[in-house]
Ligand binder design. Structure first.
Ligand SMILES: C[S@@+](CC[C@H](N)C(=O)[O-])C[C@H]1O[C@@H](n2cnc3c(N)ncnc32)[C@H](O)[C@@H]1O
Length: 271
């Protein structure tokens, strides 16, 4: 098998950090997510993933975030076996393979054309599954997705790279397209965005963070019909106890400072 060359920059290159994080977690003694597809994908790339500057601690954070979004996705799919899943900013994440939904679920992985082109060379196709090559902020691609079923929109590591107006317009288009569903994603606070120069992986990729919001209820006000049903911090994700003792102590200490605890969190809304 040939190694795949990687020519990604800016926010597109950040998918290398999250992929590497999941691969490192999977190779750890006590994985949190345990994603063998990430190891396979990482090995297919002709790229030294250590350049992403992801440490074992950051890898654990990436795995916790993925774990919670997997749990919410699995719950939605179990409750709605005829669902549509829109996995926005999929990067090289193997969520559809990890969760392996039944073919009654229509699953779409969406990312920029350069990313999808690489993804197609690494991951096999499957029934009821399509990749869409587009910017999520382009209003056109959603027309390719049937709008008559309940939908779960899952987006990991996306919102912070969008401008606020683009993000809100996207959420309004999505909630207007489907009869009902959920939005599950991670979001930074405004302080989290301001502190981006301390985010080694974002800096290594040459990416810029734009959108953070402090009050999750702000989205309820900005996007008609949307209701917050859960806000989860990393300490609350099942699997947190598998972090090394040192990491657990550090996270608990940081979390005792409220603005730091909420720096990045996982949000689940219903519409
Ligand atoms: C931090 S990576 C996360 C990738 C994947 N969700 C994961 O966890 O591995 C950010 C991803 O967002 C994608 N992205 C950022 N802005 C986007 C946009 N406007 N349209 C589509 N994808 C976008 C990038 O291409 C990249 O794949």
């Amino acid at each position: 098998m040939t190694a795949e060359k990687v020519h990604l920059t800016g926010e597109k290159a950040t998918l290398l950090a999250t992929l590497y994080g999941r691969a490192l977690d999977s190779l750890a003694k006590q994985p949190i997510l345990g994603d063998p597809f990430a190891i396979h994908a990482a090995r297919r790339l002709d790229y030294d993933l250590r350049r992403t500057r992801v440490s074992p601690t950051h890898a654990a954070v990436i795995a916790l975030r993925a774990k919670q979004l997997d749990l919410w996705t699995a719950e939605f799919v179990a409750a709605h076996p005829e669902a549509v899943v829109l996995h926005l900013a999929c990067g090289l994440d193997s969520r559809v393979h990890r969760l392996d939904p039944p073919p009654t679920v229509e699953w779409y992985d969406v990312d920029y054309p350069e990313v999808i082109e690489l993804r197609e060379r690494i991951y096999p196709g499957r029934d009821a599954y399509r990749m869409i090559a587009a910017s999520v902020t382009d209003p056109g691609w959603l027309r390719e997705v049937r709008g008559n079923r309940p939908a779960l929109v899952v987006a990991e590591g996306l919102t912070m790279y969008l401008r606020e107006q683009d993000g809100l317009d996207l959420f309004r288009r999505l909630t207007g397209h489907f009869p009902e569903g959920e939005l599950a994603f991670d979001a930074y606070t405004r302080l989290g965005v301001r502190l981006q120069r301390f985010n080694a992986a974002v800096r290594a990729a040459g990416a810029t963070l734009y959108w953070g919001f402090d009050d999750p209820a702000a989205l309820e006000r900005a996007v008609p019909g949307v209701r917050l049903v859960a806000e989860v911090g990393l300490l609350d994700v099942p699997g947190f106890d598998r972090l090394s003792r040192g990491d657990r102590v550090t996270f608990r200490l940081l979390s005792s400072v409220l603005p730091l605890r909420r720096l990045a969190r996982l949000l689940r809304y219903r519409f």
